[in-house]
Design a protein around this ligand. Structure first.
Ligand code: ADP
Ligand code: MG
Length: 710
């Protein structure tokens, strides 16, 4: 592979396309730099016009020196992806001469016609004005694509003329403020003053890579991102020979270029490996604050697609591109860290005595229990419905895995028994040539939707194509709420003369009692768990259509209002946008399916059946016993053909009828139940037919060809 960077040493080119701390020091005068740092570090400094002007000046100089001709306010509208509108730096001066201009105003605020972005009724179309507002806590970067203009991208929030939130960044920033407020409050009550507390996030991203030539031949992949047809291939992932397997050359050259591009953008791409399904892979960057991690995950997804294409590959981010093998998720690793670097979820040497750890740990667990439906909602998107449950991803029941050791500790605390000090145990492998290893506090549990993994929680339910913003808004807010309740109780108690020690012990014990029902350390893929969850009365939200109603549940409305994250109007609009998106996604899939059936599958089957029929007549002339196999095959083909034809007519009728349903929830339900059912049946018939016809004439590449490419 041609390396894009001149040097092979990562540190020589890491972050060259980012307006990071080092660059800021170089391009801003000392006073401007320090003031901007204070704004970024949340120290109460104002980001006024004069400061913005000075930063803009430095940022422009750096961007132009690095080849940028344009700038854009880069934002995350409610479509779930990113949006940008490019403006060039070009302007003219009083003499009419061209100059490169970029003011503090252009940096801080942009105006975008908001009418084409979803707003869920927040904004009437005549009020088209939308504003993008600079988020200086996420660094600006330069996007360079061979053969096109380099663009300075400024991460921004997006809101309406009235200040209603129209994006996925603003509520995330608000939720970070909420948790910062409450975590600092609790720490203070425990006798510790810290400047800030940040949620840290590491997002592991799963994806598929397939050959571009196969992709181009499949209308379903091109239009919907997943295969709507495809008979089971002779081999899937049953031999477990893909996971962590050696990476084939084509893919490793893709990964090398991807890493390099990400490093240049200041993204710490760290771990890459093959995943469980054939041609499935994963990339994990090193964690950063929730806001930056969310932005970077968007960049990672965009870059994966772009780089893959250059290698004649296509990157599929859909949650379930292929039936019968695992789909893709995104693991949201989440922890809380103080500005002086202490991880508040670090159990330390003796967690049973570490009240600070126990309080934060239980705040997360309590939040997940109290708002289990909201946590489930945060991973609800149409593609993810095809993945959750089964043997590949956590089921739609929220529970928390904490491992035996911590469960023991909580049980003992609850019973009032003094836990014997559990020394960190050592792994006993029994070979003196291997180094001695300290055991982690918890084993891995790949079946749990929400697992404590040593000093962080890993939310494993999120869909691969989804933004990290939604789950992190939820985790930040529910934890903030539980911390808030703890603080209020402590403050009340203290004012009545109780001791902090007695108060925290009481709160810890009560939280264990109240929320232990959400803890489950067993195998979440089993029926036993399903039964047990029912016994424990844990909520089970099987489909994403129902999940969206959670947004306007009075308890959730109250939560978001109290923590200052969403207004009622914003929640109502989001519910509507999600439902609308669900309907549109399924409608597009249904129409794509119909188009492929009518113009590709049926013509091929009819032709093949016709050919066989002609031959049967011909062979029948020889004797009655000749041509019987032909007849048998024709009959099987014909029964599937009839089935396919009939169900596709039903499907078409249903798609038309769906348009007449006025209530959006009812319409979404109709798509979820009736239309999806017809689609599943149509697929069954078509997949049967695929195995009955001549492969050379089948209108698109089959699973074996796509999944096992060279
Ligand atoms: P595992 O293999 O157990 O999933 P890794 O160490 O590979 O764990 O980490 C997975 C992801 O979690 C990475 O993105 C990593 O940067 C992130 N991560 C590690 N520690 C933390 C933390 N304290 N907070 C948030 N994310 C973290
Ligand atoms: Mg993981």
């Amino acid at each position: 592979m041609k390396r894009l960077a001149e040097s092979h040493k990562i540190t020589d080119f890491f972050g060259v396309n980012v307006f990071n701390d080092k660059v800021m020091k170089q391009y801003l005068d000392e006073d401007t730099y320090l003031r901007l740092k204070e704004v970024i570090d949340n120290k109460g400094t104002d980001l006024n016009r004069e400061l913005a002007d000075k930063v803009a000046q430095g940022m422009k100089e750096w961007a132009v020196a690095n080849g940028a001709t344009h700038y854009t306010h880069w934002f995350q509208p409610l479509t779930g992806t990113t949006a940008e509108k490019h403006d060039s730096f070009i302007d003219f001066n009083n003499e009419g001469e061209p100059i490169l201009a970029f003011s503090g105003k252009s940096l801080s605020k942009g105006e975008a016609d908001a009418s084409s972005f979803p707003s869920g009724g927040i904004r009437a179309t005549f009020e088209a004005r939308g504003y993008t507002v600079w988020d200086c806590s996420s660094p600006a970067f330069i996007k360079k694509t061979e053969g096109s203009n380099a663009v300075l991208c400024i991460p921004t929030a997006f809101c309406s003329y009235n200040g209603d939130v129209l994006d996925k960044k603003t509520p995330l920033l608000r939720s970070m403020q909420a948790i910062n407020r409450q975590a600092k409050r609790l720490l203070k009550l425990l006798g510790k003053d810290v400047e800030n507390v940040y949620p840290n996030v590491g997002g592991e991203q799963e994806y598929f890579l397939i050959d571009k030539k196969d992709y181009l031949k499949r209308e379903d992949l091109r239009i919907t991102g997943r295969t709507l047809f495809g008979a089971k291939p002779p081999k899937g992932q049953e031999k477990n020979d893909q996971y962590y397997a050696a990476i084939k050359e084509r893919v490793s050259s893709f990964m090398a270029e991807l890493d390099e591009e990400l490093w240049k953008l200041g993204i710490y791409a760290k771990t890459e490996h093959n995943e469980a399904a054939p041609c499935q892979h994963e990339l994990a960057p090193i964690f950063s604050t929730a806001n930056i991690a969310t932005d970077q995950n968007q960049i990672i997804m965009e870059m994966m697609k772009k780089v893959a294409y250059k290698h004649d590959l296509v990157c599929l981010l859909h949650e379930k591109p292929f039936n019968g093998v695992n789909g893709s998720g995104k693991h949201d690793n989440w922890s809380l860290t103080t500005s002086d670097g202490q991880n508040l979820l670090e159990p330390g040497k003796s967690p049973q005595e570490n009240k600070q750890f126990l309080l934060f740990f239980l705040a997360v667990i309590g939040g997940v229990d109290e708002y289990a439906n909201l946590v489930r909602m945060s991973a609800a998107c149409p593609g993810n419905e095809l993945r959750l449950g089964g043997d590949e991803a956590p089921p739609a029941i929220i529970s928390v895995f904490i491992g035996e050791m911590l469960e023991d500790i909580l049980n003992n605390i609850e019973k009032g028994a003094t836990s014997e000090k559990r020394k960190k145990e050592y792994l006993k492998i029994g070979l003196s040539v291997l180094p001695e290893l300290k055991k982690d506090y918890s084993d891995r549990n790949r079946t749990s939707p929400f697992a404590f993994t040593g000093n962080k929680f890993e939310f494993r339910m999120v869909g691969s194509s989804d933004t990290l913003s939604t789950p992190n808004i939820v985790l930040n807010t529910i934890t903030a709420e539980m911390l808030d309740r703890m603080c209020t109780e402590i403050e009340d108690g203290l004012s009545k003369g109780e001791t902090i020690n007695a108060l925290t012990s009481r709160i810890i014990i009560r939280n264990i009692k109240e929320h232990k029902k959400i803890i489950f350390n067993g195998n979440n893929y089993t029926n036993e768990w399903y039964k047990l969850a029912k016994e424990r009365k844990l909520p089970i939200l099987e489909n994403c259509v129902d999940c969206y109603d959670v947004l306007t549940d009075p308890k959730v409305i109250e939560l978001y209002k109290k923590q200052g994250v969403f207004s009622l109007k914003e929640l109502e609009s989001r519910r509507e946008i999600y439902l609308d998106n669900y309907i549109k996604t399924i409608r597009i899939e249904a129409n794509t399916m119909l188009s492929m059936i009518k113009t590709q599958v049926l013509p091929v089957v009819l032709k093949y059946e016709g050919k066989l029929a002609e031959r049967t007549v011909y062979l029948g002339q020889i004797s009655n016993s000749v041509g019987t196999v032909h007849k048998e095959i024709i009959e099987t083909i014909d029964s599937n053909l009839k089935g396919l034809y009939n169900v596709s007519n039903e499907l078409e009728k249903a798609v038309n009828e769906a348009e007449l349903i006025e209530d959006i929830k009812e319409q979404a339900n109709y798509f979820n139940n009736t239309i999806c059912k017809y689609m599943n049946t149509a697929r069954e018939f078509a997949d049967n037919l695929e195995l009955l016809c001549d492969k050379n004439e089948w209108p698109f590449p089959n699973y074996a060809d796509i999944l096992f490419y060279e």
